[in-house]
Ligand binder design. Structure first.
Ligand code: GBH
Length: 511
């Protein structure tokens, strides 16, 4: 059965500045927290950084040509904040502005809509130096930055997306510390959650003040699906708590103008939430034109009762590590953590700072108050990042969102999968990548989205993650998400079968 998407449906591709641009030290750009984080041995699995990445800073014309060949109608990219504002109090950097102006004009010439993400995790280092997202001041800085971009690019930008996945920025950056800036302190993580929310609201106000009420504004969330592993009251409690702290902390204030009070209750060991000031939630609660949904996978959660003695032992272990303040002998630490992991007592650190170097850190449950919640992958063959394939959960998510926010258009701002790709050479000498598993993942998820649209859910666009293989954060270049391969030695772009399939979908507007 063929399904035809509504007229005007947008097919796009997505990337992010630090993952593709490179030119980290060119054009007046100063370091972001990711440059700093990558420089610490052990943080990135292959020891790499985004210093060169896909060199899109220099190769953007070629990349826009690829998008044109794909037949996509939109490019979702992000702006590097420290390229535009390289210092705390200095002026806007014209060279940085010019780069994005050129990219936007190249896209427009090719008939491709620019969809801008203002923040995809690369906070200027000078702002981390004043506390980063744990400091309220950064939210106001973000609004100034948003206002400047609106002033510079105006209506040449189709849609303004404030934040990409604030969940990752806050919980992985300041809670578990497996992303930049690498801080393991849940009090800071929750302050970061709130200040990111505030930044979102302030930025939308600033953009609309500059461009008028017709400016199209959005935000992208990674709504985490954590299904209870059983119908037991315990497991349903795990799902409920997880949902509050993963999803409701953003959906509530942004779309309904309130935090669920249960969130405060659940996290009271970590913070009293005194960083929420009168009037904040009203600022956060701005009308948006669409909600961006990044969807990759779903997982299952269950509640296990961790014996209190083990929990205490783990906390003591972390405190000892912090006290030593030097990198522990690799074997010793790894063995200790493995033992704790096997005993099921990987409780969160309760704010005890963990030494730098992600190799020394454990993947903690991403939220506080949930040391008893454990995770299982969902069903289906795991992709190269270990995430399960659950296309039916995408349909369900879209239904649930539509039921709750009936007049809000939705867009899938990221969806994709990593696989171990290999280059083949055709008889005529052309290089190609046969990536059947990515093709299946793509088809299954586009169909899952079509099911929702057919049932009346207003999904207005789909953006494949990603146009190119790129710098995959803590995994460096070892995980490939592109529908087009990048040879990192030569910067050659090599078409994959998934690009061919995506281009058929985009050209035909059918699945
Ligand atoms: C996105 O993050 C980013 O926006 C993008 O920059 C990145 O390159 C891309 O995805 C690929 O990683 O518990 O098994 O359900 C996605 C981050 C991925 C975090 C899914 C939570 C849950 C896995 N999210 N993950 S599971």
């Amino acid at each position: 059965m063929t399904f035809t998407f509504p007229q005007g449906f947008t097919w796009g591709v997505a990337t992010a500045s630090y993952q593709v641009e490179g030119a980290a030290q060119e054009g007046g750009r100063t370091p972001s927290i990711w440059d700093t984080y990558c420089a610490v041995p052990g943080n990135i699995s292959d020891g790499s950084s985004g210093e060169v990445a896909c060199d899109q800073y220099h190769l953007y014309k070629q990349d826009v040509a690829l998008m044109k060949k794909l037949g996509v109608q939109a490019y979702r990219f992000s702006v590097s904040w420290s390229r535009v504002f390289p210092s705390l109090d200095g002026p806007v950097n014209e060279e940085g502005i010019n780069y994005y102006r050129s990219l936007i004009s190249e896209l427009r010439k090719a008939g491709i809509k620019p969809v801008v993400t203002l923040y995809h995790w690369d906070l200027p280092q000078y702002l981390q130096d004043i506390g980063g997202w744990a400091n309220r001041e950064v939210a106001y800085r973000f609004a100034d930055y948003a206002r400047e971009l609106a002033r510079q690019f105006g209506s040449s930008v189709d849609t303004w997306t404030t934040l990409n996945e604030p969940w990752c920025a806050a919980y992985l950056g300041y809670g578990s510390g497996i992303h930049a800036p690498g801080i393991a302190n849940y009090a800071q993580a929750l302050a970061a959650v709130h200040h990111l929310n505030l930044a979102h609201g302030l930025a939308i106000k600033a953009i609309r003040e500059e461009l008028g009420e017709q400016a199209k504004c959005s935000v992208t969330l990674n709504l985490q699906i954590r299904n209870a592993a059983s119908h037991s009251a315990d497991d349903r409690l795990a799902e409920h708590m997880q949902n509050l702290l993963d999803n409701e902390v953003f959906l509530g204030p942004m779309l309904e103008g309130a935090y669920d009070p249960e969130i405060f209750e659940l996290t009271r060991d970590w913070t009293d939430w005194s960083f929420v000031k009168p009037g904040d939630v009203e600022i956060i609660h701005q009308p948006i034109n669409s909600l961006g949904v990044n969807y990759y996978s779903a997982s299952t959660v269950y509640l296990k009762r961790v014996p209190i003695a083990e929990k205490m032992a783990y906390r003591r272990h972390l405190a000892e590590l912090a006290a030593k303040a030097t990198k522990p002998a690799e074997g010793e630490d790894a063995a200790g953590l493995a033992a704790l992991s096997a005993s099921g007592s990987l409780a969160n650190a309760g704010g005890v700072p963990v030494p730098q170097g992600a190799a020394d850190r454990v993947q903690q449950p991403p939220v506080p108050g949930l040391e008893d919640v454990a995770y299982l992958p969902g069903e289906g063959e795991l992709t190269d990042t270990g995430w399960s394939q659950n296309p039916e959960e995408l349909t369900k998510l879209l239904f649930d969102l539509h039921r709750r926010f009936p007049s809000l258009p939705l867009m899938i701002t990221e969806n994709g999968s990593a696989w171990k790709d290999e280059v083949s050479v055709e008889p005529d000498g052309t290089k190609i990548v046969h990536d059947p598993k990515r093709v299946v993942y793509l088809n299954d998820h586009v169909k899952a989205m079509a099911d929702a649209i057919e049932a009346g859910v207003p999904v207005i666009g789909y953006y494949a993650w990603s146009l190119l293989d790129n710098f995959e954060w803590g995994s460096g270049y070892s995980k490939r998400f592109g529908i087009i391969r990048v040879d990192y030695d030569t910067q050659e772009r090599i078409w994959k079968d998934s690009a061919t399939r995506y281009s058929e979908i985009a050209h035909s507007n059918q699945i």
